[in-house]
Ligand binder design. Structure first.
Ligand code: RTP
Ligand code: MG
Length: 149
């Protein structure tokens, strides 16, 4: 099974609502390992780099403004099949179509403010986590899991 590292960002509306802990708990309960974590006001350059695939789309300017509207939580989350697992836990882009047990299905209302971001592939995860983290900021340790992974 592929061991992967996934980039996760808790969006500013979720930080303002005070649901950081609830979101992180969902990931921890699955025995995913957090190897980097910080609270940050992201810069214009970082926002544009993160969302460059969406440049020119109708929602792009609004998305950049929103993501800079307050601090976000930036994380690296690791584990077997971490990318698909995190995206499964989060739900799909539109909270209306996310299953009720998912993070977006429980806390989300609109696509534009859909609570949390997670990279969609190993290549995009590596690209996106490098915008925000140096290798020295990624901390290796052994997770004491029930499943002994
Ligand atoms: P996925 O790639 O799985 O579809 O999900 P995603 O959450 O990454 O969504 P994506 O389509 O890649 O879009 C990136 C982010 O842009 C914002 N968005 N706003 N107002 C809108 O119509 C709209 N569409 C997209 C969302 O914040 C989305 O997460
Ligand atoms: Mg996407």
């Amino acid at each position: 099974m592929e061991y992967e590292r996934e980039f996760v960002m808790i969006k500013p509306n979720s930080v303002r609502r005070g649901i950081i802990g609830e979101i992180i708990t969902r990931l921890e309960k699955r025995e995913l390992k957090i190897t980097a974590l910080k609270l940050k006001n992201i810069t214009e350059n970082e926002a544009e780099e993160l969302y460059k695939e969406h440049e020119g789309k109708a929602f792009y300017e609004e998305l950049i403004d929103f993501i800079k509207s307050g601090p976000v939580i930036l994380m690296i989350v690791e584990g077997p099949r971490a990318i698909d697992m995190v995206r499964h836990i989060i739900g799909v882009a539109d909270p209306l179509k996310s299953s009720p047990g998912s993070i977006r299905g429980e806390y989300g209302l609109t696509v534009g403010k859909n609570i949390v971001h997670a990279s969609d592939s190993p290549v995009s995860a590596e690209r996106e986590l490098k915008i925000f983290f140096n290798e020295e900021e990624i901390i290796e340790y052994k997770l004491n899991t029930q499943k002994d992974l």
